[in-house]
Ligand binder design. Structure first.
Ligand SMILES: Cc1cc2nc3c(=O)[nH]c(=O)nc-3n(C[C@H](O)[C@H](O)[C@H](O)COP(=O)(O)OP(=O)(O)OC[C@H]3O[C@@H](n4cnc5c(N)ncnc54)[C@H](O)[C@@H]3O)c2cc1C
Length: 375
């Protein structure tokens, strides 16, 4: 997989040239051979009139990459696990496994986990499996976290800036991606809101190469390939396809909250304004899974918000693939069980929380155009 292309796309750079200009007209009989699904392509129903909601979220983006490390603070051990940018949902189990590794050699006892997003919940579950007694402290319950806003593709992208991050970080990222992928494949099915779907990256320019090289995540994809003009129904010349998991964050988080409770964990609603407040907790081992909250709480100024906007429409069960690209700006479509999700934007350094109407209109109009002549 050309990681740079996908990173750029998910990172919000100007994505892919003009569409439709020289793409062949889609076949009327819709008889395209698909790599995985046996069904004909169905076009998603997209219109401004049917928009249910537009949501804004802030990816906890750290150009040098996420932080997993432990430090001694007074008499406490604080284990950090934050800053996963646009790939935190995907990396949850793997990054938390790295974090829990920091407790090797300790005798399991009471542990505090701060945060009930994907990092807090997966850290909690892994700690419980290792014999720890977990209390989760969080300002917001899982359903009000950034994790619940995530679009839901399994793909650890837009996590770091390759021109800034070290090789050591990249190998940590790759390790976390492999572990997390493995863990999610054990959870596929409706219980955890995870299913396998085709993914199409759309482009008018040929893809430079097949899925080779050092991209670890790409090695985890199945049914990889490239289709040229006339071999697919999208109004661009080329598509790169693979099969990955799609995660419905709401279903996953609800289930993980329940799993934590079933394993004896408890939740306490609490905001922490300072490190001193954190260190005043009774537990001597504390996991910091506060996402973007770590910027203020632990003074990490490298951590910034990458604003993202998503447009939600009623679910369309007939659509069984995801797309990325095919328009002027960042563009993606995920057919989740709860909504048909259209994205999006990626704006590093933008902490504003308002919906941008022009972005909503762009996202909807560009998707409408993508499927105008679909078979
Ligand atoms: C628009 C958008 C699309 C995305 N799409 C994807 C995708 O398709 N795939 C993917 O893998 N990732 C995606 N992501 C990224 C993903 O959502 C994040 O990387 C991930 O949710 C971060 O999880 P977290 O647990 O670290 O943080 P959060 O989910 O933000 O949870 C942080 C927790 O810490 C608590 N907290 C924070 N500060 C304090 C404090 N001071 N005191 C007490 N509690 C505190 C909060 O209340 C919350 O419970 C997307 C993100 C956005 C915004």
């Amino acid at each position: 997989m050309k990681r740079r292309r996908l990173l750029k796309a998910l990172g919000g750079g100007a994505l892919l040239a003009s569409t439709a200009a020289c793409a062949p007209t889609p076949r009327a009989d819709n008889t395209y051979r698909r790599p995985y699904s046996r069904k004909p392509f169905a076009a998603p129903r997209v219109s401004m009139d049917d928009v249910i909601r537009v949501v804004v979220g802030h990816r906890p983006y750290r150009p040098a990459g996420f932080v997993v490390k432990s430090e001694q603070m007074d008499a406490k051990t604080v284990v950090h696990n934050y800053g996963h940018g646009g790939g935190g949902l995907s990396l949850g189990w793997g990054s938390s496994a790295l974090a829990v590794r920091e407790t090797l050699g300790m005798t399991p006892g009471d542990v505090a986990v701060i945060g009930s997003g994907i990092m807090g919940l997966t850290s909690a579950r892994l700690l419980q499996d290792a014999g720890w007694n977990v209390t989760i402290y969080a300002r917001d319950p899982a359903r009000h976290t950034t994790s619940n806003i995530a679009a839901g593709e399994w793909g650890p992208f837009s996590v770091h800036d390759p021109s800034v991050a070290t090789e050591a970080f990249v190998s940590q990222l790759n390790w976390a991606a492999r572990i997390s992928h493995h863990a999610y494949t054990n959870l596929t099915g409706p219980d955890y809101g995870i299913r396998w779907l085709e993914w199409y990256t759309l482009s008018d320019a040929p893809f430079d190469s097949e899925f080779t090289g050092s991209d670890e995540a790409a090695k985890l994809y199945a049914y990889k390939g490239v289709l040229g003009p006339g071999e697919h129904p999208f109004p661009v010349r080329y598509v790169q396809h693979f099969v990955t998991m799609q995660i419905d964050p709401g279903v996953l988080l609800r289930r993980l909250v329940r799993d934590v409770q079933l394993a004896g964990g408890s939740f306490i609603v609490r905001n922490f304004d300072s490190v001193d407040e954190v260190l005043s907790l009774q537990e001597t081992v504390i996991f910091n899974c506060t996402g973007l909250g770590s910027r203020k709480l632990f003074g990490d100024e490298q951590l910034t918000a990458a604003k993202g906007q998503l447009v939600l429409l009623p679910p369309d069960p007939a659509v069984d693939y995801m797309t990325l690209g095919g328009g002027r700006g960042m563009l993606y479509m995920f057919p989740r069980s709860d909504v048909l999700l259209l994205g999006g934007t990626f704006k590093p350094g933008d902490f504003s929380t308002h919906v941008e109407i022009d972005e909503t209109e762009r996202i909807v109009a560009e998707h409408e155009r993508l499927y105008l002549n679909f078979g």
